[in-house]
Design a protein around this ligand. Structure first.
Ligand SMILES: [Zn+2]
Ligand SMILES: [Zn+2]
Length: 425
């Protein structure tokens, strides 16, 4: 019996019934209808930011406030000369979830600069979907070396590398011993990539296959000198300061440019010290953790282990206290498990110690900061996105390929049996 018609006809009828399926994958960004929680916050994954204050007016003047579309669509908006856009690329924890990857931020400035801060596991697909010219994504700052903050570095190094064709620059602190610092981490990653790098030599340009560590002294900080200027170019100043996260070498960053500012502290048990380092910034992004009983129950984790993890992090009421001292114009809680039932208790906890504007981050939440206002939205990106067009500088020659390795290649008795490309026999 010929079975072909039986297989083909039902498949064709499925595609005919859903012609839009292959055309608009971006529609699947927000799978939930925007109902609200009991306390009136949008439910996660519905396309609205988790906040009641999506627009904050910093200063009222004669100037008409910039109006933004409901969603941020990559390539549809250009930044003003004095505008900053912060995207929470990943808002989650070590367990990488389909709707919430680990931790990563992108800071874009109106002068054309891009800064990635942390690149946790699972976060690079979202970064890639923002359609940024890949050569621009060459500056990574890491807060600390937990994999939920650096686990995406292989993807960042690799998937952006061919188009970048220049090294990936990585800033971070030294540790208590040399092997605990960012320089050793970068060196070891490159060593572990020996097969990967050699196999691509002669196939794609090699300039993007290098990483350069910019390690700063993680033990230089004192009460008298609490922060250090670790980047100062193109009018952008980035300061590092220590945070209380288990080992020496965990830091937070404060970025300042054209009177706009943001701070991000990575992971920490909050301290008055770190709150002071972020004093008065426009946007202060700080970790937030769920309570131990929920963490234990939902992750099937013994309560004792859940408690020891939770005790290294920031509870909702502690986050409110941090924001009360730092007084940011917008406080952002991230590194949180954003399930529908965790949102209300978190906002209630924060509100018990703080009454300023707060948002809890989701993946691809976008915050635009100008001298006049701070606007929070969700980005809508293509789930099947391609690389962004890369403008080639005039007169710049196409990079040459390095010679491919001649030794250690696949055995000749295997390659002799290769199919001939384009031939049927
Ligand atoms: Zn973390
Ligand atoms: Zn950590």
């Amino acid at each position: 019996m010929n079975v072909k018609p039986l297989l083909i006809i039902p498949l064709l009828s499925i595609f005919a019934a859903y012609p839009a399926f292959a055309e608009q994958p971006e529609d699947y960004n927000f799978p939930r209808e925007c109902t609200t929680t009991k306390a009136g916050y949008p439910v996660p994954l519905c396309g609205k930011p988790l906040t009641k204050t999506p627009v904050i007016v910093k200063q009222k003047g004669d100037k008409q406030l910039k109006k933004y579309p409901e969603h941020f669509i990559p390539e549809n908006e250009t930044l003003a000369d004095n505008e900053m856009r912060i995207t929470v690329v990943g808002s989650g924890n070590p367990p990488v979830r389909r709707g919430q990857a680990s931790t990563s931020l992108l800071v874009e400035l109106g002068n054309g600069d891009y800064f990635i801060i942390d690149t946790g596991g699972g976060t690079v697909p979202a970064l890639w979907s923002l359609r940024i010219p890949l050569a621009s994504l060459d500056k990574l700052f890491v807060t600390h070396l937990h994999f939920d903050h650096v686990g995406g570095i292989l993807n960042l190094w690799d998937s952006m590398g061919w188009a970048r064709n220049t090294p990936l620059h990585v800033w971070g602190a030294s540790g208590f011993t040399p092997e605990l610092g960012v320089a050793a981490f970068v060196e070891n990653i490159q060593r572990a990539g020996a097969w990967h790098t050699l196999s691509k030599t002669g196939v794609i340009p090699g300039g993007g296959m290098k990483m350069v560590a910019h390690e700063f002294d993680g033990q230089q900080f004192t009460v008298e000198k609490p922060q250090a200027l670790v980047y100062n170019e193109n009018g952008v100043k980035i300061y590092a300061f220590p945070v209380d996260h288990i080992l020496i070498g965990a830091v937070g960053y404060r970025l300042e440019w054209k009177g706009l500012s943001m701070a991000y502290t990575g992971d920490s048990i909050p301290t008055i010290f770190e709150a002071e380092q972020a004093q008065g910034v426009d946007v202060f992004i700080h970790e937030l953790f769920i309570d131990a009983p929920t963490f234990s129950e939902k992750n099937s984790m013994p309560l004792k282990i859940a408690e020891s993890v939770v005790n290294e992090h920031t509870s909702a009421d502690m986050l409110g206290r941090v924001f009360s001292i730092a007084k940011p114009k917008l406080g952002v809680g991230t590194h949180f498990f954003t399930n529908e039932y965790t949102i209300d208790p978190a906002f209630a906890g924060i509100a018990s110690t703080y009454n300023g504007p707060v948002v809890i981050a989701q993946d691809l939440m976008v915050v635009n900061v100008t001298p006049e206002q701070i606007v929070t939205r969700m980005a809508k990106t293509d789930l099947l996105s391609w690389a962004a067009p890369a403008p080639r500088a005039k007169g710049k020659k196409r990079p040459k390929l390095d010679p491919a390795p001649t030794e250690g290649r696949t055995q000749s008795w295997v390659t002799k049996t290769r199919f001939k490309r384009g031939k049927t026999e």
